[in-house]
Each structure stands twice: as structure tokens, then as C-alpha cells.
Write a protein that binds this ligand. Structure first.
Ligand code: BJW
Length: 235
């Protein structure tokens, strides 16, 4: 699957960070077994009980200090550095493991744990600490920060950039995502309709597995380095 490939879109999901120790959402014991989606991942849940939501994200942000990128993140960073064509790495993940694995150009379509969104002035600011204590927005000083993540019913970030890349890519690769959440779950069909080859790398068949031209099942830390080494033709 490497001959004539000039443009690649890689989509990653929670499964790529699972072996680093970050819980996925829908696997057994995942985040949605521990918390209700409606309570912690919707604007309505935030309006109802902001303390619950701020604490949930404060804990996950603090947890980033206890995890490290794994071989899959590192392999994608190497691909970015060595692939001669165009690569867009789109992640649904709000962690920073792609960046810490060495990727420079990461499109966080569902936002980032280390970013704050001010609901008063709309500014997005780098944020490393807590929000439960209602810190002031660095720009307008209002105590109205929320996690800069995309909840159900909200528009994901950078959709135009992603859709343009999907339309011109020769290869679309999905890594570690259940294919349960749109619009990301629809990317494979979009890319395929425009003529791209499509490859799934996931622990188990995703909800959309039948749409892919090829699906390989196993841990991302094994499948991703195998795929990138073959594409780059290196050992
Ligand atoms: C491994 C592994 C290992 C484990 N190795 N693999 C069309 C139809 C129906 C509904 C909709 C629709 N379009 C939109 C909707 C509504 C909604 C939606 O999708 N609902 C569904 C539930 C049906 N979507 C939205 O509301 C989105 N917004 C929107 O659509 O705006 C309008 C719009 C209009 C037009 C164009 C564009 C947009 C927003 C969705 C926001 C999702 N937010 C969350 C929370 C983010 C913040 C946070 O982290 O808390 O994003 S929900 C959660 O799910 C999170 C994830 O990014 C996302 C996807 O989860 P992911 O990554 O796939 O994780 P899992 O756990 O589901 O799967 C892990 C996989 O890894 C599994 O398959 C494992 O097997 C595998 N795995 N270990 C490899 N070691």
C-alpha cells in the first residue's frame, strides 16, 4: 500500500494512547463506564454541574504528567519527519502524547486538555493547571474558563482543513478509534469516495471496519510502527 502515495491523512483515537495508560471511552472499564457522557461531555452537563465537569477535566489534565508517548506516537512522528509527501495527522484525542512523541503538526479536532476556552471573550489559552478554582481568563480577566474540548453537539475544530485534506489524500489511515463518533467516523467514507485507499489499524474491528479497503487488528504500538516502517521502506 505504499506505491504512488503522495498525500496521507492519519486519524487517531483513544486506542493509540491506551498503551500509554490513558483510558479509552468505550472499552470495558473506559471513561464512559465511569461517568455519564451527558454529565461530563455536553454543554448541558456543564451548565448543570460545572464543578463536576471541571474536576473531571482537571483530573485528566493532571494525569498527563503520569504518562508517556508509546511506540505508535513515536512512529507517527518519524513518519512526519521522513515522509516526502504531505501528511495530516488528525487526532480526536485531547492528550498531548503526539506532540511529546515528536509530532510537530497535529490537528486536535476535539480540542486539548492543556487549553482553556473563555466563555466570555472566546480566547483559547494554553492551560497547565486547574480550573475548579475559577481562575481568571489571561485576556479578559473574567473567571469564566472551561476546558477547550469539543463536547457532543459542538462543532469540531479545523473541519475545513480536514475535509480539504481528505479530498486530496491518496491514503487514509485510522488508528485506535471505535468509529462511533461523527464527523470523524465518516472520514473513511469521505476519503474513499474521493479515490483514497483506506486502512484501519485497531485492536478489534471498529464500527466502520467493513468500509475500509484493509483492516489490521492488534495493538497500535505494534501495528503503527510496522506500517510506517513499510511505508518509509526502512527497518
Ligand atoms: C486500541 C487499543 C490499542 C483500544 N491499540 N486500538 C451522524 C449520525 C449520528 C449522530 C451524529 C452524526 N453526526 C454528528 C452526530 C452527533 C454526535 C455523534 O457522533 N454522536 C454519536 C454518539 C452517534 N457528534 C457530535 O456531536 C460532534 N459534533 C458535531 O457533529 O457537530 C456538527 C457538525 C456538523 C457538520 C460537520 C461537522 C460537525 C462532536 C463530537 C464530540 C466528541 N467529543 C468526545 C469528548 C472530547 C473531550 C474528551 O476527551 O473528554 O470526543 S466524546 C469521545 O469520543 C471523545 C473521543 O475523541 C471520541 C471518539 O472516541 P474514540 O477515540 O474512538 O475512543 P473509543 O473509546 O470509542 O474507541 C477506542 C478504540 O480503540 C476501540 O475501538 C478499541 O478497540 C481501540 N483500542 N486499545 C489499538 N492498544
Amino acid at each position: 500500500m505504499s506505491a504512488g502515495i503522495e498525500s496521507i491523512v492519519v486519524l487517531t483515537g483513544a486506542g493509540i494512547s491506551a498503551e500509554s495508560g490513558i483510558d479509552t471511552f468505550r472499552d470495558a472499564g473506559g471513561l464512559w463506564e465511569q461517568h455519564s457522557i451527558y454529565d461530563v461531555a455536553t454543554p448541558e452537563g456543564f451548565a448543570r454541574d460545572p464543578d463536576l465537569v471541571l474536576r473531571f477535566y482537571d483530573e485528566r489534565r493532571a494525569g498527563l504528567a503520569r504518562v508517556e508517548p508509546n511506540a505508535a506516537h513515536i512512529a507517527l512522528a518519524r513518519l512526519e519527519a521522513e515522509f516526502a509527501g504531505e501528511l495530516l495527522l488528525v487526532t480526536q484525542n485531547v492528550d498531548d502524547l503526539h506532540e511529546r512523541g515528536g509530532s510537530r503538526n497535529v490537528c486536535h479536532m476535539h480540542g486539548e486538555l492543556k487549553s482553556a476556552l473563555c466563555t466570555s471573550c472566546g480566547t483559547r489559552s494554553r492551560w497547565e493547571t486547574t480550573m475548579i478554582d475559577r481562575p481568571a481568563c489571561p485576556v479578559c480577566r473574567a473567571p469564566t474558563l472551561r476546558p477547550d474540548v469539543v463536547w457532543f453537539g459542538e462543532m469540531p475544530y479545523q473541519m475545513q482543513r480536514i475535509e480539504e485534506a481528505l479530498a486530496r489524500c491518496d491514503l487514509f489511515v485510522s488508528v485506535g478509534t471505535s468509529g462511533a463518533v461523527y464527523p470523524a467516523a465518516g472520514f473513511v467514507a469521505q476519503a474513499k469516495a474521493m479515490g483514497a485507499q483506506t486502512l484501519e489499524l485497531n485492536l478489534e474491528p471498529s464500527e466502520g471496519t467493513a468500509i475500509f479497503h484493509e483492516a489490521r487488528h492488534g495493538p497500535a504500538s505494534q501495528l503503527v510502527p510496522e506500517w510506517t516502517r513499510a511505508l518509509l521502506n526502512v527497518s
